[in-house]
Design a protein. Structure first.
Length: 668
């Protein structure tokens, strides 16, 4: 055991070296952003070593540095009998073990914990977990070791290799593409964690205050770790997507091997990893409300993390581990409110097809759900007493219930929203119903039930179907080992063909990167300051830009005008080089006098907006980018994405409240 622990420390030390010796690699990759506007920004051989090899290695190493305390703790507690479980329980432990001490130290110091100091905290916490591991080993307590599991080397290589491959292949999207509204909201919420420990916004910034809430806040913590380590960069908010992706693969493989005498072989594990590529393409390019581009920071990073945790909850229930089930469900409930719906569907499926019923973990999960419901009720008052903002209410019960007011039944193309990203063949696993065990039946049934539940809603987005994309994948790989050798070869070939087709169908119609937020933001200057200290007045002042430039969801956008997000413009205003030239838009405090050669546009309690060049302003309004975003197979009308019945003419809508069909394209 001692020799194996020494090897572990050596391997982990080597893996952490890129993050420790060169954390600035991500900033150097981001500094190449002028290449985003080139004819083909996806391949830049002149900077290939940095962009496609070293920067991805540093980002993956940074994620491992953050995960080190949780990984070592999971090992010490005997929760790492294979690489998949090791990553899942390591991630689960890292959430509180790293985030709580960081918040406590920041509160004590009155300043964010960044760079080398945060890296030192990760190493200190990792050292404490390693000490516990060594103590248990010296007491000769038997500890399962993940590298002793069948095909452990292949699994570990895939869990590290898939995130690295995605970071490398989509490097321009991670480092150079401008934030859209969802992306910058995710980023700023994560940055808020560094200043107050929680990602909740005060009501003074109304367009940010509704999100996140208590049941949607977990995504902000992995992003906050990377902001501390890598700096205030787009990739810090987007890289948690590959963390969730690795955890998702870990959960799928663990569920596939659970209770099986013959686990997946090396080839099947490689195919399982490849099976996530259509999902990656769909989320990277098509899962968005934005007219121009999807942003990996939101919803992709949030949804993959959530599904990994929910599959880990299912795994815990299957193994009868009550405490693990309770912990994983608690984290899933903090990641997305969909956890309650999925947990209810899962319980119904177990009642129908699982014997004997795993009573203890289900009772523990019920206790967690009840506890969180009580916490939700008490949170606003408790946070108010502490002087902190209340959680956002975007995912409140009233908002979720309102989704079922408007229904449709004829838009059959929506089935492709969960069939194609799953790789096509896995979505059809339900057709082999008689060959499925109880768990695989439950996975298929819940996946399809969830997909159909959103299918009938008139107003949807692609990311609503993510559970329906992923649960059939888990069912497919759980069923695959039971096939005969001849059937297995046929399934491999069929899966490979379907994966290629799904990847092709998930490619975006345009390969251009969205850069307009940077173009506009680099011409904004805020002379009142406060952004670096997360002063709310700075965010309120950013909203003044809407007097000249519309939101991206404005009805005039995209056909009649460019539109974006004021907080994205503000993000790039802070990063505009000093040599960029005279600003077009100037933000000042409310009492500031007239700016030289600028006209006052609007003023309120937060500040004043000045315009220096009407010609430049008109040029910004005339900016155009290929639209709609994403692959043709996933395109939704703007009226469907933005809940505008009067703009929908591709299907009929039934209004439950009025009890009648709405007239096409009138909303009446």
């Amino acid at each position: 055991m001692t020799r194996e622990l020494r090897r572990l420390v050596l391997a982990l030390g080597v893996a952490l070296l890129p993050a420790l010796v060169d954390p600035g690699a991500a900033a150097r990759a981001a500094a190449l952003h002028p290449m985003a506007g080139s004819a083909f920004p996806w391949f830049v051989p002149a900077h290939g070593l940095l962009l496609y090899l070293w920067a991805p290695a540093v980002v993956v190493s940074s994620l491992l540095l953050c995960l080190a305390p949780g990984l070592l703790l999971a090992l010490a507690l005997g929760q790492a009998r294979d690489p998949g479980r090791w990553l899942l329980w390591g991630l689960a432990w890292t959430m509180p073990v790293l985030s709580l001490p960081a918040a406590a130290l920041e509160a004590a110091a009155g300043a964010p914990l960044r760079g080398g100091r945060f890296a030192a905290l990760c190493l200190l916490l990792g050292g404490a977990a390693a000490a516990l591991l060594v103590t248990r080993a010296r007491r000769r307590q038997p500890l399962p070791l993940p590298w002793q599991a069948p095909h452990a080397g292949t699994t570990m290589a895939l869990l590290l290799g898939l995130p690295f491959l995605v970071l490398s292949a989509l490097a321009p999207k991670f480092h150079w593409e401008s934030f859209n509204g969802d992306g910058v909201h995710a980023y700023e919420s994560a940055r808020l964690v560094l200043h107050q420990g929680l990602p909740f916004w005060p009501a003074e910034v109304p367009d940010l205050a509704s999100f996140p809430g208590l049941t949607s806040m977990l995504f902000a913590y992995p992003a906050s770790w990377l902001i501390r380590l890598l700096g205030e960069l787009e990739v810090a908010a987007r890289a948690p997507f590959v963390l969730g992706l690795g955890a998702l693969l870990a959960a799928i493989l663990a569920l596939a091997d659970q209770g099986r005498a013959h686990p997946l072989g090396r080839g099947e594990r490689l195919l399982a990893a490849a099976g996530l590529l259509p999902l990656v393409l769909a989320l990277a390019f098509s899962a968005t409300y934005h007219p121009y581009a999807a942003d990996l920071a939101m919803p992709a990073a949030q949804d993959t993390l959530f599904m990994a945790l929910f599959l880990a909850f299912i795994l815990s229930v299957e193994e009868g581990r009550a405490r693990s089930a309770a912990g994983m469900l608690a984290l899933a409930l903090l990641a997305l409110p969909s956890a309650s719906l999925l947990a209810g569907l899962w319980l119904a499926a177990l009642l129908a097809w699982k014997r004997p019923l795993p009573a203890r973990p289900l009772l523990a999960a019920a206790g967690v759900w009840l506890g969180l419901a009580l916490l939700l009720a008490a949170a606003p008052g408790a946070l108010g007493l502490l002087g902190l903002p209340a959680p956002g209410g975007e995912y409140g019960l009233s908002g979720l219930a309102s989704r079922f007011r408007y229904l449709q039944f004829s838009d059959l193309g929506r089935v492709a929203f969960w069939v194609i990203p799953s790789g096509i063949l896995p979505a059809l696993t339900i057709l082999a119903w008689r060959r499925l065990d109880g768990t695989a039946r439950a996975l298929c049934a819940v996946g399809w039930a969830y997909g159909l539940l959103f299918y009938v809603q008139a107003f949807i987005s692609l990311h609503h179907f993510i559970p329906a994309m992923i649960l059939p994948l888990a069912a497919f790989w759980r069923t695959f080992p039971g096939a005969s050798s001849r059937r297995r070869w046929g399934l491999r070939a069929g899966l490979a063909v379907c994966l290629l087709a799904a990847c092709w169908l998930s490619l975006p119609a345009s390969g251009r990167l969205y850069t307009a937020s940077r173009t506009v933001g680099s011409t904004v200057e805020d002379r009142a300051g406060g952004y670096d200290r997360m002063e709310m007045a700075a965010f309120q002042r950013s909203l003044l830009l809407l007097a000249l430039l519309p939101y991206d969801f404005d009805p005039r956008v995209p056909a009649g005008s460019y539109g974006g997000n004021p907080h994205a413009w503000r993000f790039y205003a802070e990063r505009a080089p000093a040599t960029a030239g005279s600003p077009v838009y100037i933000l000042t405090g409310p009492e500031a006098g007239a700016s030289m050669e600028a006209e006052r546009v609007v003023s309120d309690a937060a500040g004043t907006l000045w315009l220096r060049s009407r010609q430049a302003w008109q040029e910004h309004l005339a900016l155009r980018h290929p639209t709609p975003a994403g692959a043709p197979a996933y395109i939704l009308p703007r009226g469907v994405l933005l809940r505008r019945p009067d703009e929908v003419d591709s299907f009929r809508i039934f209004d439950l409240k009025q009890g009648r069909w709405l007239d096409a394209a009138s909303g009446s």
